[in-house]
Write a protein that binds this ligand. Sequence first.
Ligand code: PEP
Ligand code: CO
Length: 478
Amino acid sequence: MASHPAGGPDHLSDPGPASGEAGGPDRGARPAAETWTAGSWRRLPAAQQPAWPDEESLKRAGSTLATLPPLVIASETRQLTASLAAVARGEAFLLQAGDCAESFREFGADQIRDKLKVMLQMAVTLTYAAGVPVVKVGRIAGQFAKPRTSAFDRMGDIELEAFRGHMVNDEAFDPQARRPDPTRLVSAYHQAAATLNLLRAFTKGGFADLSHVHGWNQQFVASSAEGRRYERIASEIDRALRFMAACGIDLQAEEGLHQTDFWTSHEALILHYEEALTRQDSLTGDWVDTSGHLLWVGERTRQLGGAHVEFLSGVINPVAVKLGPSATPDEVGELCNRLDPDRTPGRLTLITRMGAGNVSGTLPGLIESAREGGHPVVWACDPMHGNTFTSEGGHKTRRFGDIVAELREWFGIHRSMGSWPGGVHVELTGDDVTECLGGAEEIGEADLSQRYTTTCDPRLNARQSLDLAFDVAELLRS
Ligand code: PEP
Ligand code: CO
């Protein structure tokens, strides 16, 4: 097996078959001496990595993962890039949604089905409103690791390592539970495989049938006073379906009405996991991170000289970057050059998460910067992460009104600059949780403790998610 370009003290795990020096394509955008490999991130500072206490166990997990089958394949990532290219051109809309952090415990067919169901319902509404296809990407089948503001959690006098997601440790406030355990990398892979298997079955096997999805939306509209606001859109969709049938289009025979493409995504945070699942496409020599279709770097790991940007720069998957209020136009220009040196439509999605009230001061310069560099990026709005606060009762939460306010500002800026508001990125669940405030059911601070089950950030529940889809539909049409 070829050796790593730079072992160094943090060269912990077996590189596996993915990471050899041989064949790493020269990507052109970097100095020749710094050829990219699946392990070249190890030469650079890697933020937000756990202090893995057991190097041997980490090595074993990396070797095991490197022998396991890919979760996604190269041609799928190319298809998604092509779909996102349509978003970049203003000919499609992106819906990226799912848990903040997937859980090893809250895992089962019902959860996966209900999350998919709510996303399909949102997508139908958005498709109709935007008049263009909706590219559906889950935060799912790999979203198991979390960046943390503080490396430690404190309770009274006791300080423990922070909970970093079930791929790393457990949230129980107990020293043993918080110890990073590399066998969790392998468990995450297996849960991702099982999740993806069911998603593929559901989306190709009739569950995504347009008439079912529309029926669910009609139930939503009919079952609440708030839902009735959306009666108009729902009945227009109904009329469109009847119109097609009346024109002689056989809705039963039309494949596109019964199945859909659904893609997976997660934050590429734990680089040992991503490296071990990175494989070379035997047909083209391209390197693909087979852990998911789309991968992103977060607000805390997007350093230009950092390991995460280095890693994503060399894989052919479509990639995304989260941009918070401190992001500067220069940084965005550099990130575009690093991650999209060839100016490939669909390659790079920029997800802004500024917080309500912070969009008009920050977004225009970033849009200008990508434009000046000639990068055909997708712009998406994450209206969740800039609007988080802790309630008086100690729950991390978000106000539905702030989420909609950020979206409204974001659409307004894009409209005023002649830029396509390409998509939304939200944290949601199909379960009936009480984690975000407001929405049709007017969840209040006193209600938060009723069903607060997230392992990390507060998610929209199914009703709030549909509410949001109808709000975004109105913004798309205005
Ligand atoms: C997230 O998407 O869950 C997240 C941590 O986001 P950000 O990097 O934007 O803070
Ligand atoms: Co989150």
